[in-house]
Design a protein around this ligand. Structure first.
Ligand SMILES: [Zn+2]
Length: 468
C-alpha cells in the first residue's frame, strides 16, 4: 500500500511520530512495514519517502558549525541544489501518487488471482484451531503483499541514494527490510486473529469491538517502539553521555520552560551511518516518552540552533501532541472501520465469489478490507496532513517562545536552523501546492523560515501563547 512509507524528509524536523500511533493502528491489519517502523520520522500515512543529494563525498555545501552562521532572510539554495531539490520533490510527489495506485493494484491482484483464498485453504488444512490458522495465514499474506511492493521500496531507496540522502548500503537496507517484515508479521498475527475472532462473534458490530481492542494494543506498541523496535534499526545513547555540553544547554531551556524533562529522557541517535538527513523527534508514551536528536543534526548545527530544534521537539512533548495524535487517528480509524463494515458487504456481494471468498468472516477477505482502508487513508490525507501541519506549527512557535531571551536573536537562529535543515534534506523552495495540501506533514521550509523571522509578540507587548 502506498501508505506505508512515510517520511517526508523534504520538510523535516519531523518528529512527532503521530504516525507511530497511526501506523500502528492504521496498519495494524498486518501491513505495518519496515518503512514505517524503520524510518525515523514518520509522518503520516501515504507520505513519501524523500531522499537526496549527492553522496557523502560530494556532501551538501552546508553551513558548518565552525563557520559563523550567515544571516537568513528567506529560504534560499544555490542554483544547482535548487534544481536538485525541485527535481527530487517532483519525483517524490509522482512516486507517492503512483505508489498509492500501485498498492491498490497489488491488493486487487492478490484477490483476483485468488491468492488469499489459497492461503486460507492451506491455513484451514493445517489446523482447526483459529489461532494456528492465523499463524499460517498472516505471514503468507503479509509477505506476498510486501514482496509484490518491494520494487517500489527498492526504487525509493535508490532515489534516496542517488540524491545522497541515504548512504545506506543495499545489504544493510535489505536487512532492515527483513527485520521490518518480522515485526510486521508478529503484529499482523495478533491483529488478524483478533479481527476475525470479533467478526465471527459479532457480524454487525465487529468494526466497533475491533477498534476497542486495537486501541490499547496500538498504544502499547507506541510504548514499546522506542524500547524494542527502534533499537533494532539505530543505535541510541543517552544524550548526556554523548554530548554533556549540549545537554547542559538543553537543560537550561527545559528550566526556562518550567518543565520537568529529565536528562534520561534525551537520547542521541546514530543516524549518520544510514542517512545524511537531519532530524530530531519525540516518541513513546508514559515511561517510554523521550526526545531523540540525530547525530547528523548535532554535527551540522551550532549549539543555539540545536537548542531551537530541541525546543520544537519539547513543544510536542509539553503540548501533549502524542496523545492528541493518538486520539485524532483513533477517531479517524473508528470512522474507517465503520465505513469498511458498510462497504465490505457490497464489495464481496459483487466480487466475492469471483475471488473465492466465502464472506467477511473468511480470512481470505482481508485484502479486500485492506483495499478499502487504503482508499480511506488516501482520501483522508488532506485532513491528516493538515492536522499534522497544525501540530508542527505549534511546535515551531513553542520553540521560538522557549528560546526567546535564552538565545540572542532567537528568531534568526531558528531561521538558520530551518535553512540548514532545508539545504541538507533538499527541501523544495517552491513547493507544489497540491503536494503540500495532500502530503506535507510539516509546513514548508519557506513558510517556517518566514514565520521564525516574523513571529514577535514581545515587541508588540502581547503575551506569547505557550511560554509565558
Ligand atoms: Zn515537529
Amino acid at each position: 500500500m502506498g501508505d506505508r512509507t512515510a517520511v517526508n524528509k523534504r520538510d523535516k524536523m519531523r518528529e512527532v511520530r503521530i504516525l507511530s500511533a497511526a501506523l500502528v493502528f492504521a496498519f495494524s491489519l498486518g501491513s505495518v512495514t519496515v518503512a514505517q517502523v524503520r524510518s525515523v520520522s514518520e509522518p503520516s500515512p501515504l507520505r513519501q519517502t524523500p531522499a537526496s543529494s549527492a553522496t557523502k563525498a560530494s556532501a551538501p555545501a552546508v553551513a558548518q558549525p565552525q563557520a559563523p552562521p550567515q544571516k537568513v532572510t528567506k529560504y534560499t539554495l544555490p542554483p544547482e541544489r535548487f534544481k536538485k531539490a525541485r527535481d527530487l520533490a517532483r519525483i517524490h510527489f509522482r512516486f507517492t501518487l503512483i505508489s498509492v495506485v500501485y498498492g491498490l493494484v497489488v491488493l486487487w491482484l492478490v484477490l483476483r488471482w485468488k491468492i488469499s483464498a489459497k492461503y486460507r485453504t492451506w491455513a484451514e488444512q493445517m489446523s482447526s484451531k483459529r489461532f494456528l490458522q492465523a499463524v499460517v495465514f498472516s505471514p503468507l499474506l503479509v509477505l506476498t503483499i510486501d514482496i509484490l511492493e518491494l520494487p517500489a521500496e527498492v526504487y525509493r531507496n535508490w532515489v534516496s541514494r542517488a540524491y545522497g540522502i541515504s548512504v545506506q548500503g543495499w545489504g544493510s537496507w535489505f536487512w532492515d527490510w527483513t527485520k521490518g517484515e518480522i515485526i510486521s508479521i508478529i503484529v499482523a498475527i495478533i491483529f488478524i486473529w483478533i479481527l476475525y475472532g470479533v467478526i465471527r462473534k459479532s457480524p454487525r458490530r465487529w468494526w466497533f469491538y475491533f477498534w476497542l481492542a486495537a486501541l490499547p494494543i496500538g498504544i502499547f506498541l507506541v510504548f514499546l517502539q522506542p524500547l524494542i523496535i527502534d533499537p533494532l534499526f539505530h543505535k541510541f545513547e543517552p544524550l548526556a553521555e554523548k554530548d554533556p555540553a549540549l545537554t547542559a544547554s538543553l537543560e537550561r531551556m527545559v528550566q526556562r520552560a518550567g518543565e520537568n524533562i529529565p536528562p534520561e529522557r534525551m537520547f542521541w541517535m546514530g543516524a549518520g551511518e544510514k542517512t545524511t538527513a537531519l532530524d530530531a523527534y519525540v516518541t513513546g508514551v508514559g515511561a517510554s516518552k523521550r526526545i531523540v536528536v540525530f547525530d547528523t543534526t548535532i554535527a551540522k548545527m551550532t549549539t543555539p540552533q540545536i537548542v531551537y530544534v530541541a525546543g520544537h521537539e519539547m513543544g510536542h512533548y509539553v503540548l501533549r501532541h502524542i496523545p492528541k495524535g493518538i486520539a485524532f487517528f483513533g477517531v479517524l480509524l473508528l470512522a474507517f472501520f465503520y465505513l469498511g463494515f458498510r462497504l465490505i458487504g457490497w464489495m464481496l456481494a459483487n466480487w466475492g465469489a469471483y475471488w473465492g471468498i466465502r464472506g467477511v468472516h473468511d480470512w481470505a477477505s482481508l485484502p479486500a478490507l485492506l483495499f478499502l482502508l487504503s482508499v480511506f487513508f488516501f482520501l483522508a490525507s488532506p485532513i491528516s496532513s493538515a492536522f499534522s501541519r497544525y501540530l508542527e506549527h505549534q511546535a515551531d512557535e513553542y520553540g521560538l517562545e522557549v528560546t526567546h531571551g535564552l538565545t540572542p536573536d532567537s528568531g534568526q537562529v531558528a531561521a538558520q536552523a530551518f535553512q540548514i535543515l532545508g539545504d541538507v534534506d533538499l527541501a523544495n523552495p517552491e513547493p507544489n501546492p497540491v503536494d503540500e495540501f495532500l502530503f506535507y506533514s510539516h509546513p514548508s521550509i519557506p513558510d517556517r523560515i518566514q514565520f521564525a523571522l516574523t513571529y514577535d509578540p514581545w515587541s508588540k507587548g502581547e503575551q506569547p501563547e505557550f511560554v509565558k
